[in-house]
Design a binder for this molecule. Structure first.
Ligand SMILES: [Zn+2]
Ligand SMILES: [Zn+2]
Length: 137
């Protein structure tokens, strides 16, 4: 069993978290929603069990946009960094990969939602690409 603990946090350092279990998968999502919330060509998201995740500092600084909506997102109220989103029922957390401190030893294994990727972005590398989601998701 992987006992490694990963840590990370927002740009200003007020919100900090730890992940004390294995990473399930890291994906690159090219949907328009991820593009907007990151301001980037795509979002690189680390998926893991929510039961292995916890905020260690600054939880009171988390602002939630549209809490019950399909485009709900959380960010740091001080610096605006995008923060992890989770589903407690499904025991799943999605953590923007750029938030991790050094030492994340896993890398993306797939691109998803490539049918809606930015027209100005060309996907490189040779990990699998899916126009939407893989069949087994
Ligand atoms: Zn911050
Ligand atoms: Zn997306």
């Amino acid at each position: 069993m992987d006992k490694k603990t990963y840590t990370g946090g927002c740009l200003c350092g007020s919100v900090r978290f730890s992940l004390s279990g294995p990473v399930d998968v890291v994906n690159c999502c090219h949907c328009s929603r991820c593009r907007r919330r990151t301001g980037s060509a795509y979002a690189t998201i680390v998926h893991a069990a929510y039961s292995h995740f916890q905020f260690t500092e600054g939880e009171e600084n988390i602002v939630t946009f549209n809490p019950d909506g399909w485009n709900s997102r959380r960010f740091c109220g001080s610096c605006g960094s995008p923060l992890p989103g989770w589903d407690e029922e499904d025991d799943e957390v999605g953590i923007p990969a750029g938030l991790f401190d050094e030492g994340l030893d896993v890398s993306p294994s797939l691109h998803i939602m490539t049918a809606s990727k930015a027209s100005w972005h060309e996907i490189s590398g040779n990990i699998p690409q899916y126009e939407e989601f893989p069949d087994d998701w």
